[in-house]
Design a protein around this ligand. Structure first.
Ligand SMILES: Cc1ncc(COP(=O)(O)O)c(C=O)c1O
Length: 362
């Protein structure tokens, strides 16, 4: 069977890690901790679990394709019209929908390098030409990205903060970029880690949606600070016009009913959110201290993970950590040889990582 899209021959599929249970079995370990996918280490709150159990009784029915109650709840929380919101099966789906809706075969997409791998894979599937602009000292080089824009450029991705670097674009930098990029370009501002990053000179982007002359799509998720990664739910915020276009390429029942109910409960649960954010803010200082004391290069992060340049064989370090029951992300797939990315876990999990990491780099 060869008559599929030619471009797919160039695409390497995303490689999932082994399930925790399998790692335990293979390595005869009692405890395995996963610090590899930037999930929330705190288990869901009782209110979220109750919403999940309640909704499970109705799964013989299709979900509400319009996410009516969730849309209402989010619109109130953000003081934004319900028509400015689209929900997706994870924020990943919003990325895919945007590319499906905006790209033609001769379109160009501008990305930073390194950045979230889904942007490239999903753009390749649409047959677009991808321009990857190297970062400058692991920060977005927006001036070079701006210079790369042509008439054919349809979409620019700004992950803010970026994954895997954890670095961010400031309010001033972002506004200046948006001011100068052409009206024909959709600027996707991916704020998957917004709740951890907000404050200071990190941009508050909702006000940008009022700009009629600029095409802006903000992406956020319930997977990180809200702790619902396993349920797959995220959202996009944009002008009514852009949301209308995205809805044309959306499947009718793209967000399952359990995810919708859990997200409503999660939005109300301010304590869980506060606890999640303060855990990350507190624990990341410990990561910095440990890396400093070990003389290992790391990058200050606005997200719930830290990128580390071990300047050693990171595949070996990954294996050493795995033997101790700790799964981190080895970064060769991003072209970052010698680097690992570690998610910030619970205090006790982080302590286990610090000990095992110090041994692994000896
Ligand atoms: C920058 C960025 N965007 C989007 C996502 C996708 O999140 P989800 O599809 O779980 O909402 C991630 C997940 O790691 C991410 O790091």
């Amino acid at each position: 069977m060869k008559n599929y899209k030619k471009i797919l021959d160039k695409i390497t599929p995303y490689k999932p890690g082994k399930p925790i249970e399998e790692v335990k079995r293979e390595l005869s370990l009692e405890r395995v901790i996963k610090l590899a996918s930037n999930e929330n280490a705190i288990p869901p709150s009782p209110a979220v679990l109750e919403a999940i159990e309640r909704t499970a009784r109705d799964v013989s029915r299709y979900p509400d394709g319009g996410c009516f109650y969730l849309r209402q709840a989010l619109s109130e929380k953000l003081s934004l019209s319900a028509d400015n919101i689209i929900f997706g099966n994870g924020s990943d789906e919003i990325i895919v929908l945007a590319l499906r809706a905006f790209l033609d075969a001769d379109s160009e997409v501008i990305l930073a390098n390194p950045t979230f791998l889904v942007y490239k894979i999903a753009s390749q599937v649409e047959g677009a030409c991808i321009k990857e602009i190297p970062m400058n000292n692991f920060r977005y080089d927006l001036e070079s990205m701006l210079k790369a824009v042509t008439k054919k450029t349809k979409v620019v991705f700004i992950a803010n903060p970026d994954n895997p670097t954890g670095t961010y674009v400031t309010d001033e930098e972002l506004k200046s970029f948006i001011e100068r990029v052409g009206e024909h370009v959709l600027v996707v501002i991916d704020e998957a880690y917004y709740e951890f990053a907000k404050g200071g000179d990190y941009p508050e982007t909702l006000e940008l949606l009022k700009r009629e002359d600029r095409n802006i799509l903000i992406i956020r998720t319930f997977s990180k600070a809200y702790g619902l990664a396993g349920l797959r739910i995220g959202y996009g915020l944009a002008s009514e016009n852009i949301i209308g276009v995205l809805n044309k390429v959306r499947e009718p029942f793209n967000v399952n009913s359990i995810a919708q109910a859990a997200a409503i409960a999660a939005l109300k649960d301010e304590k869980y959110l506060l606890d999640s954010v303060s855990l990350v803010l507190e624990e990341k200082k410990k990561f910095y201290n440990v890396f400093k004391s070990l003389g290992v290069e790391y990058f200050e992060t606005k997200a719930n993970f830290v990128l580390v340049n071990t300047k050693r064989d990171s595949e070996k370090i990954f294996e050493c950590l795995l033997k101790e029951g700790i799964i981190v992300r080895e970064m060769s797939a991003w072209g970052l040889k010698g680097f690992i990315r570690v998610s910030i876990g619970l205090s006790q999990e982080n302590e286990m990582f610090f000990k095992a990491f110090a041994e692994a780099i000896k």
